[in-house]
Design a binder for this molecule. Sequence first.
Ligand SMILES: *Cc1c(COP(=O)(O)O)cnc(C)c1O
Length: 368
Amino acid sequence: MKVPLLDLQAQYAGIENEVMAAVSEVLKTQRCIGGPKVAELEEKIAAASNCKIAVGVSSGTDAILNVLMSLDIGPGDEVITTPFTFFATVGCIARTGARPVFVDIDPKTYNIDPSLIEEKISDKTKAIMPVHLFGQMADMDPITEIAKKHALPVIEDAAQSITSRYKDKTAGSIGTAGCFSFFPSKNLGGIGDGGMIVTNDEEFYEKLAIMRNHGSKPKYYHKLVGGNFRLDPIQAAALLVKLPHLDEWSKARRKNAKYYNSRFSGTDIQTPYINPDCVTIYNQYVIRAAKRDELMSHLKENQIGCEIYYPAPIHLQECFSSLGYKQGDFPNAEEAANEVLALPVYPELTDEMKDYVADTVLSFGSGD
Ligand SMILES: *Cc1c(COP(=O)(O)O)cnc(C)c1O
């Protein structure tokens, strides 16, 4: 049996007619920039995130970049974040000219360890950017408390965690701003690139909206230097078709995870730890195994899609060698990079597929 890590064709098969109709509607009007679909999606994502207001943008990366630029972060500044994330989190900090300052992760959740943040705050610190990795939110109460104490904005990189929950809060609604990605492999994925920023601060919203469009207001007059960070209405149209399915898809992912958890309990396979304060959306189901690379080969030989998120922590990336970080600086992130493996958890997995994945994982090392 063949089980891919993710099967977007299976998802598309159920919504093809609606997506085609929605895209066609945009094309007929030839409102190819902005327009009602973008506005409708902004409203609905804000509501789904329990936020006042949202700004559709061109990608999750541009969501983060726009927020950093709108906070006037630049050369000489520092932004605190995790080294165990997708590159974009840190790439955006570096592109503003600011210095990324890393804090190691909690080895159980893979999210930034709040107890290590305060010692990294200096008079140059301008923001804290936790990442809600794999669908589970970071431990936001202590992060918010530290940020308040030092009057720092919190930027939630929620690219992998749209509608995920922490206590009575939704991802993106706790910090100054939350950033979402609609990259096709995210839980709410477009038919190309897209992203969204959510906020409860209406004044900040104004600035984000102006920065999205070259800092222009009124048209052709620029008080600020922004970028072209606009969300494509064709993406908005497709996303509006998908959004009503998101909760049912997240439930199916949790059900699949629960099945794997029961199959792996009492074995050497370490299943994902979910903070009891959190409801995850399982963007990834990530196990840990000491012989991870051999297990990965075993799964691939048996036609099971799996992937390492992420094989190299960001502080050890070549492009950041000038920051002066070295091996051993963030042991929890480094150890995770050597042991994690994501298994297929997408909603359309059949019982047979889940069985096959679990059987194949468990047969590793048993000689068959
Ligand atoms: C996907 C992702 C991004 C970037 O989103 P894009 O839409 O691909 O630009 C940023 N941060 C994290 C944690 C991500 O997973």
